[in-house]
Ligand binder design. Structure first.
Ligand code: ADP
Ligand code: ASP
Ligand code: MG
Length: 468
């Protein structure tokens, strides 16, 4: 039987009605003869609220922190009560035990007043631990043979809290030990995304939005036939539909294009999602849990030819630009190495680099380490940095087949001041840096220019016609 990993995001499990819909979608796959493994996020906004509770507690605001936890306890209890009618004592005891334990941690934090990345991961893990358990019971009552699996026993990572790196070999081993026997027994494993543990069993997480990554890791470890990412939009769109309501669904896209889009800020997929799928060549589908009959987007190794140069436009905000200006000739031997050593020392990834004879400009995620990085760099040269920048990235495998693309792109945004440009690092993207305040206008102008006459083989043009 074919194994399908189905990952449902926060909005797909946000309330009883959403969970009910999710159960229906999973039941549909079972009826079609598939064996699903279900990976769920925390109910929507729960992760943010847990982080806020942790923040309040670490500032000594004990009552505020407990108040947030109490509201979350209520929300989970109401959801469970609406969905689970049998063995209700068990699920409510589970919820209470977990919130009692969370409250204890928050009270301790309000005394210690220091929030370490390790404690933050422990606190935030409650979201997926609770959602996955409630959903398992809800599924069981709807005739699905669901079995709850603690994701922390399957997804093993290093100890880089808040953004841990998964370890392939132990994950494969755990998937065979914990998931495969359930599948062989005809059961339907349900587990939380995002949360994991290190080899000592201490809770870690894969970084914000990491449930997609869990879905892909489980798919890779089990050699699944397909990975489905269920979310709140019809698939990967030509740009974020919140910025551009007339964005079109992309019907099919390559792994490489999807990875580039995710890396450059398209929130619909976590950037690491594609890797496990590529390694095992497992097709990924992005689908809408509110509109399950829509075909969504298929991500496959080789996308068909597209008449339009671009498939989609992504934006990454909250970036900073750092200019390093040397008084002497820049390209002396070892100079670039010295610059990058400083970024390495601060474990700060660099997105884009551009050089001239005397200066280097680099872009990085805005972060609290910037003043320290700048201080280290100033030992080498003069340093300036500026925040509130956005990187716009146009992605498409067919850029290379079109002449004059740079001119067309910059003509479309000629009214906007461009700070840095990059083309060539990858043949499938063109990116440039602008002020964050100009980002949405730039996207709308580019979208209007490049998706005026979209290729019907690749984009869902019928939806646009229907809207007219
Ligand atoms: P989930 O909770 O299901 O993981 P996310 O909020 O993480 O969902 O991702 C879905 C959201 O990503 C969409 O609601 C949309 O606003 C945003 N998004 C950004 N870029 C794109 C894009 N190119 N295509 C589709 N959605 C996008
Ligand atoms: N719940 C986590 C987050 O909000 C992971 C996810 O939903 O993918 O970041
Ligand atoms: Mg997400």
């Amino acid at each position: 039987m074919s194994v399908v990993v189905m990952k449902f995001g926060g909005t797909s499990v946000e309330d009883p009605a959403a969970i009910e819909r999710t159960a229906g979608i999973v039941a549909g796959r079972v009826a079609a003869g598939k064996q699903p493994v279900v990976v769920v996020s925390a109910m929507s906004k729960v992760t943010d609220q847990l982080l806020r509770a942790a923040d309040e507690a670490s500032k000594g605001h004990r009552n505020e922190a407990i108040e947030i936890s109490t509201q979350l306890r209520e929300r989970h209890k109401t959801t469970a009560a609406a969905l689970v009618k049998n063995n209700t004592a068990e699920i409510h005891a589970f919820i209470d035990e977990h919130f009692n334990s969370l409250d204890e941690i928050l009270r301790g934090l309000a005394v210690i007043l220091e929030l370490t990345p390790r404690i933050s991961d422990l606190i935030v893990s409650f979201g997926e631990r609770l959602s996955s358990r409630i959903i398992t019971s809800a599924f069981a009552e709807r005739g699905l043979n669901a079995a709850h699996v603690d994701a922390r026993e399957v997804i093993i990572t290093d100890s880089q809290y808040q953004k841990a790196t998964p370890l392939d070999a132990p994950i494969e081993k755990r998937a065979e030990e914990k998931l495969r026997p359930l599948l062989n027994a005809g059961q339907l494993p349900v587990m939380g995304g995002f949360i994991a543990s290190n080899e000592a069993g201490i809770t870690t997480t894969l970084g914000r939005g990491g449930s997609d990554f869990t879905g892909a890791l489980v798919g890779g470890a089990l050699n699944a036939d397909e990975i489905e990412i269920w979310t709140d939009v019809n698939g990967i769109m030509t740009t974020d539909p919140r910025i551009c309501p007339d964005a079109l669904r992309v019907k099919v896209i390559s792994f490489e294009e999807a990875a580039e889009l995710a890396y450059f800020g398209a929130k619909v997929l976590h950037p690491a999602t594609i890797l496990p799928a590529v390694k095992k060549n497992i097709p990924v589908a992005v689908l809408n849990s509110r509109n399950p009959s829509n075909e969504g987007t298929r991500i496959i190794s080789l996308a068909p030819h597209c008449k339009s140069p671009f498939k989609s436009i992504a934006v990454k905000k909250r970036l900073s630009i750092i200019d390093v200006v040397a008084s002497r000739m820049l390209m002396t031997h070892g100079y670039m190495k010295d610059i990058f050593t400083i970024f390495d020392k601060h474990q700060c990834p660099v997105d884009m680099v551009s050089t001239s004879e005397v200066s280097v400009s680099l872009t990085v995620d805005s972060n609290e380490k910037l003043p320290l990085i700048a201080a280290d760099l100033s030992e080498l040269a003069d340093v300036k940095y500026e925040g509130r920048k956005a990187l716009i990235c146009l992605v498409g495998e067919d850029i290379r087949g079109h002449n004059g693309m740079a001119a067309a792109v910059f003509n479309a945004i000629r009214h906007i001041n461009v700070r840095m440009i990059s083309q060539g690092a990858s043949e499938i993207n063109m990116s440039f840096m602008i002020d964050e305040d100009d980002a949405e206008e730039a996207i709308r102008s580019l979208h209007a220019t490049f998706f005026k006459d979209p290729d019907p083989a690749i984009f869902d043009v019928d939806a646009r016609k229907a809207a007219l």
